[in-house]
Ligand binder design. Structure first.
Ligand SMILES: [Zn+2]
Length: 268
C-alpha cells in the first residue's frame, strides 16, 4: 500500500522523537542544510550531523526513495526542520531540548492511551497553518486554479504542532506506539491497526520472543535435572549398582558424564 502524506508526517514525528537530543549535539540536526535523504555526506565531503543521520535513517527505513518519490514531496521539506525558536531567531540549544522533550511527552501520552485534553487544547490554541491557499486566474469556476502551498513554519515548536495536527486529522494517532521490546521502547507508527503486541523491527520482535521463551526453557531444563536425580536415587534404592549409567541411558544422555556434573543435555 502506498504511503500518504499524513503517514510521512507521522514518520517524521516518530523519527524526531526518537533522536537522542542533548544540549551538546542539537546543532547536528541541521547539517547539511539541504542534503538529500540517503546521502550521508554532502557539500565539501563533511559528514552529516549525527542527529540528521539518525533522523534520515529512520525515515528511509519506513519510506524508501520510491515511496518518497510517490509522495512527490520536496526533499528539503522531508529532511529539514525549522531552526527557529519562539523569538524568531535561531533556536537556542536549551529551547531545542525543551521542545524535543515536549514532543516526546505528547507522543508518549498518545501511545499510552492517556488523557489528551491538554494536548488538544494546546494545539487548538497554538496551531498555525503551514499551508496557504493560492488562487490564480479569473474568478470563474472554469479558469480559476487553486493550489495549496507550503508555508515555512515560524518556529520548531510551530512545526511540531503542525505535524501533530496533520497526523491527528489523518486519523493516525491510534497508530502510534512504543516498541514492546523492553530493550527498545522506541516510538513508531504502524501501517495497520495496532496489534496486541507491536515491534518497531524484526530484530525487536525476535529479541522479545527469545526473552519470553528463555525462562520457560530454563525452567524445563531444571525440571528435567530434578527428574534425572530422582531417578538415580530411586535406582540406587533398588540396589542397582549401575544406577547412574542406567538413568543416563533412560534419559538419552551420554554415559560418560560424571555424577557430580550430571547435566541433562537438551535432546534434539
Ligand atoms: Zn524496537
Amino acid at each position: 500500500m502506498r504511503p500518504t502524506t499524513g503517514f510521512l508526517e507521522a514518520v517524521r514525528l516518530v523519527a524526531f522523537a526518537n533522536l537522542p537530543v542533548t544540549v551538546g549535539n542539537c546543532r547536528s540536526l541541521w547539517w547539511p542544510p539541504a542534503a538529500k535523504l540517503g546521502h550521508a555526506k554532502s557539500g565539501k565531503g563533511r559528514p552529516a550531523g549525527d542527529l540528521w543521520q539518525a533522523f534520515s535513517r529512520t525515515v528511509l527505513a519506513y519510506l524508501p526513495p520510491d515511496d518518497l518519490a510517490h509522495l512527490g514531496t520536496d526533499n528539503h521539506r522531508v529532511t529539514q526542520w525549522t531552526d527557529l525558536g519562539r523569538n524568531g531567531k535561531r533556536i537556542s540549544p536549551g529551547e531545542f531540548v525543551v521542545v524535543h522533550r515536549h514532543a516526546q511527552e505528547w507522543l508518549d501520552t498518545i501511545c499510552a492511551d492517556g488523557d489528551l485534553t491538554t494536548i488538544v487544547r494546546t494545539l487548538q490554541r497554538r496551531f498555525q497553518a503551514t499551508q496557504r491557499l493560492e488562487a490564480q486566474g479569473e474568478c470563474t469556476r472554469v479558469s480559476l486554479k487553486f493550489r495549496l502551498s507550503w508555508v515555512p513554519p515560524k518556529s520548531l515548536e510551530t512545526e511540531l504542532h503542525g505535524i501533530f495536527a496533520s497526523t491527528a486529522s489523518s486519523g493516525l494517532w491510534p497508530r502510534f506506539y512504543r516498541c514492546d521490546s523492553v530493550d527498545c521502547r522506541e516510538f513508531a507508527v504502524a501501517r495497520q491497526a495496532l496489534r496486541p503486541e507491536n515491534y518497531c523491527s524484526t530484530a525487536c520482535r525476535v529479541r522479545a520472543s527469545r526473552s519470553r521463551l528463555g525462562p520457560m526453557k530454563k525452567a524445563a531444563r531444571e525440571a528435567e535435572k530434578r527428574h534425572f536425580r530422582a531417578r538415580v536415587t530411586e535406582l540406587r534404592g533398588t540396589g542397582e549398582s549401575q544406577a547412574f549409567e542406567r538413568a543416563c541411558k533412560e534419559f538419552g544422555y551420554p554415559p560418560s558424564v560424571p555424577p557430580g556434573e550430571a547435566r541433562p543435555r537438551r535432546r534434539p
